[in-house]
Design a protein around this ligand. Sequence first.
Ligand SMILES: Cc1cc2nc3c(=O)[nH]c(=O)nc-3n(C[C@H](O)[C@H](O)[C@H](O)COP(=O)(O)OP(=O)(O)OC[C@H]3O[C@@H](n4cnc5c(N)ncnc54)[C@H](O)[C@@H]3O)c2cc1C
Ligand SMILES: NC(=O)c1ccc[n+]([C@@H]2O[C@H](COP(=O)([O-])OP(=O)(O)OC[C@H]3O[C@@H](n4cnc5c(N)ncnc54)[C@H](O)[C@@H]3O)[C@@H](O)[C@H]2O)c1
Length: 457
Amino acid sequence: MKTIKTDICVIGSGSGGLSVAAGAVQMGARVVLIEKGEMGGDCLNSGCVPSKALLHGAASGMSFPEAMTHVRQTISAIAPHDSQERFEGLGCTVIREAARFTSPKSVVAGDHSIKARRFVIATGSRPFVPPIPGLSDVPYLTNETLWDLSECPSHLLVLGGGPIGMEMAQAFVRFGAEVTVIEAGCVLAREDEEAAAVVKQALISEGVRFLERAEVTQVVGQGGALTLTLSNGQRISGSHLLVATGRRANAEELGLEHADVDCTRDGIRTGANLRTSNRRIYALGDVLADHPRFTHVAGYQAGVAIRGLLFGLSARLREDHIPHATYTDPELAQVGLTEAEARQVHGDKLEVVRTEFSGNDRAIATGRAGPGFIKLMVVKSRPVGATIVGPEAGELIALWSLAISTKLKMSRIAGMIAPYPTLAELNKRVTSAYFTPRLFDNRKLKRVVQAIQRLVP
Ligand SMILES: Cc1cc2nc3c(=O)[nH]c(=O)nc-3n(C[C@H](O)[C@H](O)[C@H](O)COP(=O)(O)OP(=O)(O)OC[C@H]3O[C@@H](n4cnc5c(N)ncnc54)[C@H](O)[C@@H]3O)c2cc1C
Ligand SMILES: NC(=O)c1ccc[n+]([C@@H]2O[C@H](COP(=O)([O-])OP(=O)(O)OC[C@H]3O[C@@H](n4cnc5c(N)ncnc54)[C@H](O)[C@@H]3O)[C@@H](O)[C@H]2O)c1
């Protein structure tokens, strides 16, 4: 067994682990990075990158095989950035083995024993597969196996109407598959209800069938012919089944019991400084319990952890300005509070203003003026949340993350000028919606203007 002593040992080379390793090594720390699978983790290999590449293929009229080639080419184009070679070039020691704690200060990976001053657990998550009778006996797809398909399914059954289920439902219906989404509750249930309804309606109009509040009690069949039975006796048959019913943290195999790290079934718990119950060990990204699971969140958490790891600063996480987007067409993006949440927190102090994509010249000129809107939640002249459903919602939401993180007043945002004609004008337009009644329905202001008009020559 070879022993390595280091400053920081990072377990997992996904979005979170790579960000910590790159930052720490370039600022002078000795870093060991351990990865048991593909460098780049879920986002690059089986998550964001392939799913967005597939959606692009579906939107731009590629055939399914062409789109799958585009998926592979996209991964290959991005992979060098996350590669072992790049990280070794930066100065990290990269070990391609599964890591396991043997004590609060040491980890074993293959024939290496790593003793580190600090550890970072960034082992991510895997698909949660619900314990439905028969499911484990049939061939089903998850986000880990979907990318091996060589032909488009004739009828794809999608279990779960969260972001994975909705994005993939739209991609596959556009490739010509029949698609049925079976959802235990309501689709996109964590989103603003009105915005989620716009996305759902768009998918319905493209041919996706939805069964909501549906409890699957049994799955039978074989490859190419699967049947789900619901609690109401209804049966739905399809050629393939995609299970997209949430995530489970990758924490069980880490030997956390030897490391004094508290962990629940939902994942590892930390304080806002990302330290676990063992102060030498940090955790971040999808392996955490009760945190949003997104690539940009793992990246943001890496920045917070680095301040503690390298400088001993007690940086703390903030979550009110973290946006997310679902890349259906139309896209749905959210930052801060939804209208329902803001109403609960702020009651009568809440003002909600909105503007529609149908009034935007660029949206009209480019044939994208379908149903869609920006809704802004404002309290004491500062935005506390924004919901956008429409084209490029994921791009448009960034401004509102900045506005919330810096507590910008609406008057400051109204000072922004967006070039004409852009979708970005919608962000300006929604601030006008806030000021319009204050300016145009203001009797006092009208009297002042009239008085000045009488006085000025
Ligand atoms: C289909 C899909 C689409 C998604 N789309 C988006 C999107 O559009 N935008 C977005 O922001 N997020 C998206 N996500 C979420 C995003 O992929 C995750 O939030 C992100 O990858 C989490 O990063 P991470 O570093 O925490 O974990 P991961 O990327 O999962 O990396 C963890 C790494 O740790 C390794 N590992 C695990 N255990 C061990 C061990 N014992 N020893 C050594 N290595 C180990 C794993 O092999 C893996 O490489 C999507 C997810 C899925 C599934
Ligand atoms: N655009 C993006 O940023 C993006 C895209 C895809 C995934 N992701 C990330 O990946 C995570 C996982 O995505 P997801 O869609 O799998 O999870 P999710 O938890 O967001 O949604 C899962 C859905 O499955 C339903 N469900 C659970 N058990 C069920 C059952 N037995 N039968 C029917 N429905 C059932 C739930 O009610 C829920 O609506 C997301 O939370 C997100 O963090 C992000």
